[in-house]
Design a protein around this ligand. Structure first.
Ligand SMILES: [Zn+2]
Length: 439
């Protein structure tokens, strides 16, 4: 996120666009009854939060509120920074009917434009549940994730800050076992995965994703029995680093996890390959765990045996002090629930693992900002940071389920939800108000 956005744009254009921003921005003052600092695990009372030009300018008790400021009274609520889902798929929603929850069928039945529109809806649903940052980790048709990110950043629609991966890069076939017609001739719909089997192809695939709008690189470490070697993973990491991006590995075996950790990967998605020994190595190397811990309450999306292993694995990771993120891998429809409600349901697994509320909240906030690389510009409620925050009636440090009832959401200084009702109209524009050149 710290990288320059206006790649390839002449400086004169950028200066022109800055000059077009009105000089006298409105000041907003929030009265926060309680304000949680997730990093410290503490609560401050009766705080005033000042916001101007989409950013926090000052936070403290008894701050003077400037004349003419818009005052938002959250004195009966607990205010905290926005939540992060470190692994979602906003442009993928497989269903019981007709797919029998098998996304192979979604892939051949639903177009990229349809999935992009679904992503807009899913993004809004996530924001309504308090997720102000979503890492969107592939399986998003033909770069629908990049289109979503750009549409939000340009100012067309509301949505979380998106850290997207573009196409997942794997050896030929990715996570599928394609037919030759599909894999070689590419005559069946769009490519769900980007094939890269040689060093040249690895470099080219990373650059292609960067060109088409990725903000993080996602690779299939061991989707096939041969998988990527530690040296091949190192090549991904070094090529991505040249563009300022980190690499996340989809890992499903112990040997795959070992190679990814050996190579020094940024983050590991899924928990199947992660043992006590490997957790210790991850803690030593500071490798993020995006375990995607599906709760048993989402019936049909895990099994009793798998859930027991997931809970034990999460507990073991916490005991070993592995850097933890809150991640869901949500990519399906649960009738009666929004995508945001599906995501928040994952706190059930964290509770079952006996993780203290303060540490669950840390994973959902600080851990998320760090793995997303936004923590110096967006996430913590600090002067100079983008003004994203949420508010709930209870105190999540006492009762983590308080996060199920997000009553207020602010994104970039604009109110998205108030008194439990979405008020998104100020996010919709008939043009790219933040700049057509945002890519
Ligand atoms: Zn996933």
């Amino acid at each position: 996120m710290q990288r320059a956005r206006n790649l390839g744009l002449a400086g004169g254009f950028a200066a022109l666009m800055l000059a077009a921003v009105p000089a006298s921005a409105q000041v907003t003052a929030i009265r926060a009854g309680r304000l949680v600092d997730p990093e410290a695990g503490t609560v401050a009372t009766n705080q005033v939060i000042l916001i101007e030009g989409g950013k926090f300018t000052a936070i403290g008790a008894g701050l003077a509120i400037p004349k003419g400021a818009e005052i938002i009274d959250l004195s009966n609520l607990t205010v905290l920074p926005g939540l992060v889902d470190a692994h979602n798929h906003l442009a993928l929603t497989y269903k019981e009917t007709p797919e029998n929850n098998i996304y192979y069928l979604t892939y051949v039945m639903e177009s990229t434009p349809l999935r992009a529109i679904q992503a807009v809806s899913n993004g809004i649903q996530m924001l309504a549940s308090g997720f102000t940052i979503v890492r969107d980790m592939g399986n998003n048709a033909n770069y629908a994730d990049a289109a979503l990110r750009i549409a939000i950043e340009q100012g067309w629609i509301p949505g979380p800050t998106i850290i997207n991966s573009g196409l997942i890069i794997g050896g030929m076939g990715g996570q599928f076992w394609p037919t030759p017609e599909m894999a070689v001739d590419k005559k069946i719909v769009y490519p769900e995965y980007l094939d890269a089997d040689t060093p040249d192809e690895i470099v080219k695939a990373v650059r292609q994703n960067a060109l088409f709008g990725a903000r993080v690189i996602k690779i299939c470490v061991d989707c096939k029995p041969w998988g990527y070697s530690a040296d091949e993973i190192r090549l991904f990491i070094s090529e991505a680093a040249r563009i300022g991006m980190k690499v996340e590995g989809h890992v499903q075996t112990v040997e795959g996890a070992r190679r990814a950790i050996d190579a020094g990967i940024w983050s590991i998605a899924h928990d199947r390959g992660l043992t006590d020994e490997l957790h210790k190595l991850m803690a030593q190397k500071g490798i993020w765990r995006a375990g995607t811990e599906t709760p048993i309450s989402l019936v049909g999306h895990t099994t009793r045996e798998r859930y027991a292993a997931t809970v034990a694995g999460l507990r073991n990771a916490w005991e070993n002090k592995v850097p933890l993120t809150f991640s869901t891998d949500a990519d399906y429809y649960v009738p009666g629930k929004t995508r945001g409600e599906v995501a928040i349901e994952f706190i059930e697994t964290w509770k079952a693992a006996g993780i203290p509320n303060a540490d669950i909240l840390r994973a959902m906030t600080i851990g998320g900002y760090r793995v997303s690389q936004t923590e110096t510009v967006r996430g913590p409620i600090k002067p100079g940071h983008a003004a994203d925050l949420i508010a709930v009636p209870g105190n999540p440090l006492d009762q983590i389920d308080a996060l199920r009832d997000v009553r207020f959401v602010m994104k970039d200084g604009t109110v998205f939800k108030r008194d439990g009702i979405m008020t998104p109209e100020r996010f919709f524009h008939g043009g790219p108000v933040n700049g057509w050149n945002i890519r």
